[in-house]
Design a protein around this ligand. Sequence first.
Ligand SMILES: *[C@@H]1O[C@H](CO)[C@@H](O)[C@H](O)[C@H]1NC(C)=O
Ligand SMILES: *[C@@H]1O[C@H](CO)[C@@H](O)[C@H](O)[C@H]1NC(C)=O
Ligand SMILES: *[C@@H]1O[C@H](CO)[C@@H](O)[C@H](O)[C@H]1NC(C)=O
Ligand SMILES: *[C@@H]1O[C@H](CO)[C@@H](O)[C@H](O)[C@H]1NC(C)=O
Ligand SMILES: *[C@@H]1O[C@H](CO)[C@@H](O)[C@H](O)[C@H]1NC(C)=O
Ligand SMILES: *[C@@H]1O[C@H](CO)[C@@H](O)[C@H](O)[C@H]1NC(C)=O
Length: 474
Amino acid sequence: MNLYPLTLFLFVSTICCLRAAAATCHVDDESGLLGFKSGITADPSGMLGSWKSSTDCCTWSGVTCNNNRVTSLSLYGDLDKANSFLSGIIAPSLSKLRFLDGLYLQNLRNVSGKFPAFLSNLPNLLFVYIENNRISGQIPESIGNMTRLEALSFAGNRLSGSIPSSISQLTQLTQLKLGKNLLTGPVPDGIRRLKNLTMLSLEDNQLTGNIPDFFASFSSLQILELSRNKFSGTIPTSISTLAAKLRYLELGHNYLTGKIPDFLGNFKALDTLDLSSNRFSGTVPTSFRNLTKIFNLHLSNNFLVDPFPEMNVKGIESLDLSNNMFHLKEIPKWVTSSPIIYSLKLAKCGIKMKLDDWKPSETYFYDYIDLSGNEISGSPIWLLNKTDYLVGFWMSGNKLRFNLENLRIVETLKYLDLSRNSVFGKIPKAIAGLDKLNVSYNHLCGQIPTNKFPASAFIGNDCLCGSPLQPCKA
Ligand SMILES: *[C@@H]1O[C@H](CO)[C@@H](O)[C@H](O)[C@H]1NC(C)=O
Ligand SMILES: *[C@@H]1O[C@H](CO)[C@@H](O)[C@H](O)[C@H]1NC(C)=O
Ligand SMILES: *[C@@H]1O[C@H](CO)[C@@H](O)[C@H](O)[C@H]1NC(C)=O
Ligand SMILES: *[C@@H]1O[C@H](CO)[C@@H](O)[C@H](O)[C@H]1NC(C)=O
Ligand SMILES: *[C@@H]1O[C@H](CO)[C@@H](O)[C@H](O)[C@H]1NC(C)=O
Ligand SMILES: *[C@@H]1O[C@H](CO)[C@@H](O)[C@H](O)[C@H]1NC(C)=O
């Protein structure tokens, strides 16, 4: 009997099965990924170091496979590391990855080029997060045929032009994030067709027109971010239909007018409300007493008037009511009693008190305190002795009277403004570590320690001398 064919058969089948066990990725996927790599011109941190041809691409960093086909590509830059970036473009060869369902290219900072319209050729693609890169140009109309997409984010790029109306065809989207770009024009009304949205985030663009009155469509919306655009008009009434689920409502830094609607008090799940830097007028609705779970309330820089409602909130984390027409007289009790507050901004809020009489239940978490432009007297020495992580302390234009030499300047402190008070004594050496300082128009005296601040930070005192003011007399 001739054994040769059997041996050959065993030999061939061994090769076959060893190959299968080694689970090498599909040739199309490998060449698609290598094509992507060749579009990258700089990779100083070696993110793609493991991407070598004729090694199994399923083992390459950032690559995930299922049944030997690449299903996701995830590359993340570390914003804290200067060399953690990629330069280059997103090569069209990625459209060879027929089984790709997720593409995550985040914080890579220097990936540029046009909107990768070829992604519409990928039949299985569901999740696209190309965030904090430098993708520029317009969003193409052809985006409308990526109808299976469940999440689309191009936040933090340089996209310009208007949002194409074809976006209304992406009806499976649960997240649409186009914030921090250069987009112009109105919000297309067709977005009302994206009924599955839980997040609509278009902040920090140059969008114009009214905020569309289309919110009755969105029964699952939890996050609505439209801050830092050029929206005008009033808050649309259909926003009231989001009362049960909305957690973040951010409309700050626009040109919105009218009153703050009463219905916002019914927003049971609201965590963050930002209406700052608009043109809202009238009072803050008393219904706000029902916002028991709100953590972040930002209403600064509007034309709001008294009375401010007594809130029922358990613990506010950040509050900014600055620069309205309030006369709060004191720091509200629901602020003083908060066990978790880290940012308190009540500039020009008509507060008349002695700072020493303020007895906050917690000071440990404070990062920012801005009480500028009030009538606050006394001394902050005890307060700054208890705020171990303070970053900014703004108190200009009050009636503080204390010896600056006794003020503790913690290492975390970067911004200190005590201008236009009655602070006396000498300036401590520790100011050298600050990023910004202003002690102008007080009663300080003596030699200014080594510093990097302009003369306007020191002028208007009784007898300060030394750089940047005139030299001290020997
Ligand atoms: C960022 O990308 C641009 C265009 O590809 C390139 O000219 C530039 O050198 C890159 N920057 C760095 C820091 O690599
Ligand atoms: C998507 O639309 C573009 C332009 O309208 C077209 O060229 C492309 O073939 C379309 N892709 C699919 C998958 O329909
Ligand atoms: C969108 O909503 C419909 C109806 O509620 C649901 O059947 C579908 O699964 C949702 N799609 C996604 C991607 O969540
Ligand atoms: C707070 O909510 C309750 C019930 O949900 C309602 O009866 C009450 O009028 C609301 N309070 C204010 C001040 O709107
Ligand atoms: C600052 O705090 C320390 C201990 O935490 C205490 O000994 C000291 O007396 C305090 N100084 C002032 C001025 O309150
Ligand atoms: C310091 O404050 C004064 C008065 O508030 C202001 O005129 C001056 O420009 C400020 N200087 C700096 C460096 O902030």
